[in-house]
Write a new protein. Structure first.
Ligand code: NCD
Length: 304
């Protein structure tokens, strides 16, 4: 971990627990804004995003600033990447300016790990292709634990485009390390059998009603149109079979939590009524993104 944060798969339970506990410390109390701290004063963090992002990029920036660090954010569109520079050359150029850490999002699975092997700087993976999105799984766990005493034995349904989802992969790894039962559900073409072997406690379901039955948490995923090579289902057709609606919640546990990493597509993955319902913790997830990323940045830059 001292070298950065590349994935959830290689973390052990105690490391995850330490990050979640520290994130809890950083959560603002009701009606309070975040405290400004200076644990990372004098540090410089570069956010390098080769793919679109709103909440992840902004919350990494805010997290760094809350800890007193300085940040520079670069979008690939406006950088020399669009002039043909290779990834390694771009990173070497940035490292020559001596930042203390690089937070990166890239469309290639494994890009952060590859770079971490070649560069002597902590790298935080903010989402790599269809591989992992570790801080998303950490903030999802923090959000569940704000409402439930433990992840052990919880039944979590993850529904949607499982095949292309780095959010699903990271969550499967994290939740299974804590003994949760995971049901993955989606259209057969987006629900590969390999996922059953990804971690203990995972099973697949093709019907929404089956996935949702007895679920404590329902995590909806965006259809990753940018990663699909075949003609996708229309929004209406997808919504009919895999969109979460109020009638589904009526047959779920009364206190079920509805989550979504965002960006949400109302009328495709879930209805507006569900997104805005009492059961939805989608904005709590966004808020927790800051506390969790503060915990991660502090841990890699200021390990005690
Ligand atoms: C996710 C991502 O980029 O993997 N978004 C996010 O970081 N909150 C999910 C998505 O884009 O569908």
């Amino acid at each position: 971990m001292s070298s950065g944060l590349l994935d959830i798969e290689s973390l052990d339970r105690s490391e995850i627990e330490a990050i979640l506990a520290r994130a809890h410390f950083f959560q603002p109390a009701q009606g309070e804004t975040f405290r400004r701290l200076d644990a990372l004063r004098g540090k410089m963090i570069v956010n390098l995003f080769f793919e679109a992002s709103t909440r992840t990029r902004v919350s990494f920036e805010i997290a760094a600033k809350r800890l007193g660090a300085e940040t520079v954010s670069i979008a690939a569109q406006g950088s020399s990447v669009s002039k043909g520079e290779s990834l390694v050359d771009t990173l070497n150029t940035l490292v020559a300016m001596r930042p203390n850490a690089i937070v990166m999002r890239h469309e290639s699975s494994g890009a952060p790990r590859f770079l971490a092997r070649h560069l002597r700087i902590p790298i935080v993976n903010a989402g790599d292709g269809t591989h992992e999105h570790p801080t998303q799984a950490l903030l999802d766990a923090r959000t569940i634990l704000d409402q439930r005493p433990t992840l052990e034995g919880l039944r979590v349904a993850i529904i949607g485009d499982i095949a292309h989802s780095r959010v699903a992969r990271s969550n499967v790894h994290l939740l299974s390390k804590f003994g949760a039962e995971i049901v993955l559900c989606g259209p057969p073409s987006l629900l590969p059998h390999e996922f059953e072997q990804l971690a203990p406690g995972v099973r697949l379901a093709y019907e929404m009603t089956e996935a949702i039955r007895d679920a404590d948490v329902i995590m909806m995923l965006r259809v990753q149109l940018e990663r699909q090579h075949e003609a996708p289902m229309s929004a209406g057709e997808y919504f009919r079979f895999y969109g979460l609606r109020l009638e589904h919640l009526a047959s779920a546990k009364p206190d079920v939590l509805v989550m979504h990493p965002g960006p949400i597509n109302r009328g495709r993955e879930l209805s507006s009524e569900v997104a805005d319902s009492q059961r939805s913790v989608i904005l709590n997830q966004v808020e927790n993104g800051i506390a969790v990323r503060m915990a991660v940045l502090e841990r890699i830059l200021n390990p005690s």
